[in-house]
Every structure is written in C-alpha cells, then in structure tokens.
Design a protein around this ligand. Structure first.
Ligand code: ZN
Length: 715
C-alpha cells in the first residue's frame, strides 16, 4: 500500500540478536562448513510485475540484464508470493515458511520471530560470508530479518520529507554498496569462504521517480521506467561478477516480493487485495549444472529456501514449508499441492474482513465474505468470478490447509531459555499485536465493498500531493465520518495539520481516532506526540504508555517518552528511556543527541562532571551517524564550555549556527561565550539576533538579563 506512515529517524540499525548460538540447535549436525560451496546471490526487487520484464514477454520495457539471468537459468512462469506486502514476503522467502508459521502478516506491526533460523543463519552456519543490502524501511533490521547477516546495510535516507512515503535508497547506491562488500571479501584471499549476498531494490515501489533518462523515456509509464532503471543497475553487479570470474559458479535467484496492481480490480498499488496483479511474481533460478528452461509449474516463495538446501547437497531444516524445486528444474513434475496466500493489511489495520485463499493447479479460491473462484488457465487476471455451489468444499480445503501449516508453527516454535526469554521479552521479541476485536465478517466488511473508501483515501492523498490541501482535508473528514475505524484518514489529516501548525485540530482528530480505535498503535503514538507539542505532558505520558502496551519494541516511542521526562526535568528517567531506545536502535542520531543533552543536564544538576564524559561521547556518536545533527553540535559546545574549553565550545556552537542560523540556544551561547572572552562586538551580533528572534517568547527575568548583557556590550 502507498499508505504507510514514513518514520522519522532511520539509518543503520542493529537489533541485538540475543543468543544466536542457541538457534543453531535447529540444524542437523551434518551441516559442516565446506569451502568449495558456490556463492549465492538472492535478488529481490520490490513491487515487480513479471509482465514488465522482457524475459516474461513484456513489450513495454527492455530488461537485458534480467533477461541474461533468464537465458542462463530456469524461469518460472507461475511463481506466487504468499503476501502482497514487503516484510511478510521477505520473511516467507528468507525463513522458508508462510505467515501461518512465522506470524508476520503486515509491515511495521510485526517483527520476524528470532526462533526460526533464516536462510542467512543457515548459510552462515554452513560456512558462508553473509551480507544484506536493503533499499528501504519496511525491511529495517528492527523488524527481525537481520539474524545471520554479518553485514546488514540499510543506509537508506533518514526521511523522505513527505509523510506516508517510505524513504528509499536507489538501486545504484544499494548495488554499489553490495559490490564494495564483494570487493572487500575478494581482498582477503586467505579467507576463501563462499558468500551469500541478498540484494533488495525498492525502486519500482511507488512513488515512481526513476532517474533520467528513464523519466523522459517512460514519461507516461514511470513504473516501467523504474524497472528499466533497476535492470540497468543490476548490469553493473553482473559485470563485476563476470569480470571476477564468479558469474558462472554463483547460484543466482531472482524474484520480486509482490507485484503492483496498477489499477486492476480497482487497486492502484498493492497490499489490499490478493489478485495475481500483486501475488504473481517473477522467479528465475540459475545454478551450475542446471539447464536453462521455462516451466509452467505453480511455485512459490517458500520453495526458495529448500531449493538452496538441495543445490548445496544438504537436507532442509524440518520446519520449512515449501518444496525444493531442484527436481522440477531437472524436468520432473512437482506433486500436486495448494499454495496458501493471504492479504491481511486491512484486517489488522482497520478491522476489515481478512482475505485468505489458495492456488491449486489452475484453480484459485479467495475466501472473504464475498468469496471468489477463478480458472487461472483461461482467466489468469481474474476477471470472471466463477462462484459455484462447490465453494463450501473449497472453504473446507482452505481450513485444512491453514490448520496443517499452522500446526507446524506450534511444533517448531523456538522456546528460548528463561534468561534469554526475559531479555527478548524486554525487547519486545515475544510481544503480540492486539488483534481487531471483530471475528465475524459480513459482505459489508468485504474489501470489495470497502474499496470505495480505500480509493477515496488514495484520492485524498493525491489531492494533497498536488497542492490541493483544502480539498484533501474535506475528503479525509468525510471518510472519517463514514468509516471511523479506518485509521489512515486520521493519520494523514493530522500530518497535514501538523505541517500547517494546527495542533489543536490535530489533537481533536487524534482523540476521536483513538477513541474509535483503542488498539491502534500509530494513532496512540501520534496523539502522544501532538500532546507534547501542546504542553500536555501528563496526558501524553498516559497515552504513550498505552501505546507501549500495544507495541513495546519501537525505538521512537521510547525516545519520545525520554523527551517528555527530560522536559519535566526527570533526568534519570529520561536517560533510561533514551538508553532503551538506543538498545533497540543503536545508531539513532536523534536519540543519541537527546541522551547527551540529558546527561549534560544531569552533570549540571548533580555537579558531577563524569556525566559530561558520557555526554561528549554520545554527541560525537550522533554526529558520526548524522553530520547535520545540530542539537549534538550545540550539546558539544555546552560540554566544552562546562569543562573550561571555551575555544572548542565556540567552534561547535558556530557549527550549530552554520547548520541552523536561528538555533536558539546556540545563538545565546555564542553571545555569552564571546562576552566572556571580552569580544563585545561579536557578542553583540549574536545577542542581537537572539533578541530579534526570541525576545517575545522569553520570561520577564530573562528579558531583563538579555537587555543588561546587550547594554554591557555597548559600553
Ligand atoms: Zn514490497
């Protein structure tokens, strides 16, 4: 879906992986490191429709590099995702199980459980170097896919500037980082371990903004332009592999996490319905010894993990739910089976009816209050719903399938030792998401019935991005009145209000939103944030603690709680909150700068300079991760001022003012520092600017103090 709220501060993350060693008990003892294993390249392109690849017959785009993979590999004409969403799909691929086992049904609300070892853990154990290179936030390490990767490079930009849009790192940058990593491996010839590289490119995901020349070349079909751009960039990686003689010996797996509806069935993006426009994905596998061919068998994402196992000559871990495709790639038939799929975004976020179903041969059954049945042989794009009297049988089959896949979940779930469990629980690993209260759904809850609301929301977004804020606001208010349990209109409306500084209105919207959706995490968090801006901190703490009961592993939440305690001068409590936030997201420059500020305040309050040592370290770390972190420069100035290093203090405050010429504290601090140095001219410059910008907001005592300082400068 387009409608995900952009998060504020994400760069590099490392989720503590707990006791990883304990997870290895899953593996049979026969799995020993062998140096001669082939390298493995897994490419997942986000939001990729097969029919935009020329090897799948597209006439809209030429994709010569991906075609090259197809020429050398086995191309599956009918590969399916189990979910039309990024995180669940990647969990399916990397864990080799469906959501019925790993439990990740949506982006953001779920995190991959650490008890099921993923492909990286498996390959690391088998002696592989492992690297992941990620294009965007839905796969942030906090969501649990990092286990087993020695490098999990997710340095996508911190924010997009627009709410509801994920920050994205372009394919060129992702691929360059991946090639650099491969080069670094090549530079240690003593280490001849094979590598496993997972590459994720987010580019075809909306919004469509391919770089030139693709913008011009595809101006009427920018989605295809993104695909063409990704193909070009992939060529660089492929060239590198050829130049270094690694191309032929590498197992290459290419797929997409889901498709993009592009208007089919009334859906413009993905994540809402479960039609083939979003579940059908490309899958191309090539490996030494496999003859190139094209296959029409139904295959799916969970087949990838067991296929890798068999290609390496290992037996797959018992908990995997797919089938190895090696035999079918060698010309044999797969046994008949059902492929499970689901689309639960609207169910978890809005309490609308769940969508689940299966594909079996040419039959596709979609269970919902208004069920659907399609003949994929004659109607692959699902235009003719063949609801027939036999449907109750299909429903029964689906229930059996769900039961069989879910039973495995219970059997194979990992139970950590007590101590680990406590630690994991404190980090939210074992936390659950509050399910919508509703369990029975009628036609009025069916996504097809509710599509009109979904589309009205998308229209409201489009209007806003076209600069028509008032019209957008009207659309959103109307939607809220008609569907109070639909959270996106509230969230989008308050993002408009906040940008227009209409905080009182934002507060009212959020209060109503949370009352109508008491289990909604995002509404609670946003409500808390707005309450803080309005100075209603007691209520904010109450609301945010309520949010913590819904999801307790969000580093942003802990950071926000820290800010509130800091504002209330409860410094020890604030430090605890920031530290917890940093435990969840260690390289967050905002939380680091906040922590430094709280430590500086505590040093002052307790007259204990040992806190300044910590503060200095944290401010510097914040700047390491974000060279534009003004608060950290201002904080460093304070640390040096307090330790008598006036020159250094001035340097840092200057830097702060360079970055933000209106920075309130830095302006005053600079004035005071120059005044102390006896440089009254310089002091006057900063005091005057400070007075001009902030005099009206100062309490009387501070006004008088400032006037007196300025007066002294004139003498
Ligand atoms: Zn995706």
């Amino acid at each position: 879906m387009a409608n995900k709220k952009g998060k504020r501060f994400f760069l590099l993350t490392a989720i503590p992986t707990g006791s990883l060693l304990a997870f290895f008990i899953f593996f049979s003892p026969g799995l020993q490191a062998v140096a001669q294993k082939p390298n493995i390249l897994l490419i997942t392109i986000d939001t990729l429709r097969p029919d935009r690849l020329s090897c799948y017959g597209s006439t809209l785009v030429k994709t010569p590099n991906i075609d090259k993979l197809a020429l050398a590999g086995v191309l599956f004409n009918r590969a399916f995702a189990h979910n039309p969403l990024t995180l669940p799909s990647h969990a399916n691929i990397l864990l080799g199980t469906t959501p019925l086992q790993h439990g990740v049904h949506d982006n953001g609300l779920f995190r991959v459980p650490q008890g099921l070892p993923n492909l990286a853990v498996y390959l690391q154990k088998a002696g592989y170097r492992t690297g992941a290179f990620i294009g965007s936030f839905p796969l942030d390490a906090r969501f649990g896919l990092k286990a087993g990767f020695e490098i999990y490079d997710q340095s996508y930009p911190a924010g997009s500037g627009l709410e509801f849009i994920y920050p994205e790192r372009k394919a060129g940058a992702v691929i360059k980082a991946a090639i650099d990593w491969l080069k670094s491996l090549a530079n240690s010839p003593a280490d001849n371990r094979p590598w496993f590289l997972w590459l994720h490119c987010f580019d075809p995901h909306q919004p469509y903004e391919p770089p030139e020349p693709f913008t011009s070349q595809f101006k009427n079909d920018l989605y295809s332009g993104e695909v063409a751009y990704v193909d070009l960039e992939l060529g660089r990686l492929f060239d590198y592999l050829e130049e270094t003689s690694q191309w032929n010996s590498t197992i290459k797996i290419f797929t997409g996490d889901h498709g993009q509806s592009l208007g089919e069935h009334g859906e413009s993006t993905h994540g809402y319905f479960a039609y083939n426009s979003t579940l059908w994905v490309p899958l191309i596998i090539s490996a030494p010894g496999l003859r190139p061919r094209r296959l029409d068998e139904n295959v799916c994402h969970v087949d990838i993990f067991p296929t890798v196992c068999e290609l390496l000559g290992n037996s797959p871990p018992a908990y995997l739910q797919g089938q190895s495709l090696v035999k079918v790639m060698k010309g044999n038939k797969l046994p008949a089976r059902k492929i499970y799929f689901e689309s639960l975004y609207a169910y978890y976020r809005r309490g609308w009816a769940p969508v689940r179903g299966f594909i079996e041969g040419n039959k596709k059954f979609i269970d919902s209050p208004l069920p659907e049945f399609y003949d994929l042989k004659n109607d692959f794009s699902e235009t003719k719903n063949l609801v027939n009297p036999g449907l109750s049988q299909e429903k029964e089959k689906l229930n059996e399938l769900i039961k069989s896949l879910s039973r495995a979940a219970v059997d194979s779930r990992y139970y950590p030792e007590a101590e680990t469990k406590e630690k994991l629980a404190s980090l939210g690993y074992l936390g659950g998401y509050h399910r919508p209260a509703k369990t029975a759904f009628g036609p009025e809850d069916d996504l097809k019935t509710l599509l009109v609301f979904n589309n009205q929301f998308e229209q409201a977004q489009d209007l806003y991005f076209q600069g028509k804020a008032e019209e957008s606001e009207r659309f959103l208010k109307d939607l809220i009145a008609r569907r109070p349990e639909f959270d996106n209109p509230y969230l989008f409306l308050i993002s408009i209000y906040e940008r227009q500084n209409r905080l009182k209105e934002a507060e009212a919207v959020l209060q109503a939103g949370l009352a109508a959706n008491p289990g909604n995490y995002q509404l609670a968090v946003d409500y808390g944030r707005v309450l803080v801006s309005l100075g209603k901190e007691d209520l904010a703490v109450e609301v945010l603690n309520r949010a913590r009961e819904i999801i307790d592993w969000d580093p942003e939440l802990w950071n926000n709680l820290g800010v509130i305690y800091w504002n209330r001068s409860e410094l020890e409590e604030a430090i605890k909150m920031y530290e917890h936030s940093l435990l969840l997201f260690p390289k967050n420059p905002v939380a680091l700068a906040n922590l430094g500020a709280a430590e500086t305040s505590l040093a002052l309050k307790n007259k204990d300079n040992s806190w300044l040592v910590k503060a200095e370290e944290h401010f510097k770390e914040a700047i390491d991760y974000d060279a534009g972190q003004v608060a950290a420069y201002n904080g460093l100035g304070a640390v040096y001022r307090l330790t008598g290093q006036l020159e250094a203090a001035i340097d840092y405050w200057q830097k702060a003012v360079e970055l933000d010429p209106d920075h309130q504290q830095a302006l005053f601090n600079l004035g005071a520092a120059y005044f102390d140095q006896g440089d009254k001219n310089q002091a006057l410059i900063y005091f005057s600017r400070y007075k001009k910008l902030y005099y009206q907001t100062l309490p009387e005592g501070e006004k008088a103090e400032l006037d007196s300082l300025i007066e002294k400068c004139h003498r």
